[in-house]
Design a protein around this ligand. Structure first.
Ligand SMILES: Nc1ncnc2c1ncn2[C@@H]1O[C@H](COP(=O)(O)OP(=O)(O)O)[C@@H](O)[C@H]1O
Ligand SMILES: [Mg+2]
Length: 227
């Protein structure tokens, strides 16, 4: 059997808070397959964003292992990590994080330029079409609504067809209708592009589209529900 796309094995994370160690994740184990959506649920401060950062190899566990396709993130060299982050992981944030001085198309194109890809403009246009915003290609981010900005950031996160799509409270700043559009696209990213989608969320609507729901409480897994 092949390894799951993402696996956390006994992951703990301790931060230093003014010199004092604070454990924010404790012995978390879970796995996520290609083409599935996993929702991380739990109160503010329970460790969702920390878990996402570890899953995207932006940070590393204090103990335990995060494996992507069976390889521990801590076993990768700097250049392997850079390649992994640029080619295989896409991020979406609550606050969109679009670059204000670039056009919509340029924002979407950016990950491809960083990865040294060819035909970047056509690929970016294709993703913009997918999120229904091709006609906004030449607009600046400030000219868009929040929902549109989040769809652009989703197009950007998926432009390099990442294996892992990580969304941190993607609907947190959106009205219900825009939030639903973004969630439908996240579901499609898994179903159509085969991405492993990981969403940290407070929203019941987001939890409802997930294949797997992981409830966190004070850095521990309280329960895992599969649909
Ligand atoms: N870089 C950091 N240094 C110290 N403490 C942190 C850091 N990042 C997060 N924390 C703390 O870790 C806990 C979990 O935070 P976080 O993962 O952001 O939770 P959530 O996303 O569920 O709100 C919080 O108590 C937070 O203050
Ligand atoms: Mg958070």
């Amino acid at each position: 059997m092949s390894a799951p796309r993402l696996e956390l094995r006994g992951v703990s994370k301790t931060y230093s808070n003014g010199g004092l160690p604070v454990e924010v994740l404790h012995d978390v184990s879970l796995s996520a397959e290609a083409g599935t959506v996993t929702a991380l649920l739990g109160r503010s401060g329970c460790g969702k964003s920390t878990l996402l950062n570890l899953s995207g190899a932006m940070d590393f566990p204090t103990s335990g292992e995060v494996l992507i396709d069976g390889r521990a993130t801590t076993a990768l060299s700097e250049s392997e990590l850079t390649a992994l982050r640029r080619r295989r992981v896409g991020f979406v944030f609550q606050s969109f994080q679009l670059l204000p001085t670039l056009t919509v198309l340029e924002n979407v194109e950016l990950p491809l330029l960083l990865a040294g890809a060819a035909n970047t403009s056509e690929a970016a246009r294709q993703r913009l079409r997918w999120v229904g915003l091709e006609e906004k290609a030449a607009s600046m981010p400030y000219q868009l609504s929040g929902g549109q900005m989040q769809r652009v950031s989703l197009a950007r996160a998926l432009v390099h067809s990442p294996d892992l799509l990580i969304a941190d409270e993607p609907t947190g700043n959106l009205d219900t209708a825009s939030g639903e559009q973004v969630l439908a696209l996240l579901g499609e990213a898994a179903a159509r592009f085969g991405a492993t989608v990981l969403i940290a969320t407070h929203s019941a609507e987001a939890a409802a589209i997930a294949t797997v729901r992981v409830c966190l409480r004070d850095g521990r897994v309280e329960g895992i529900e599969r649909q």
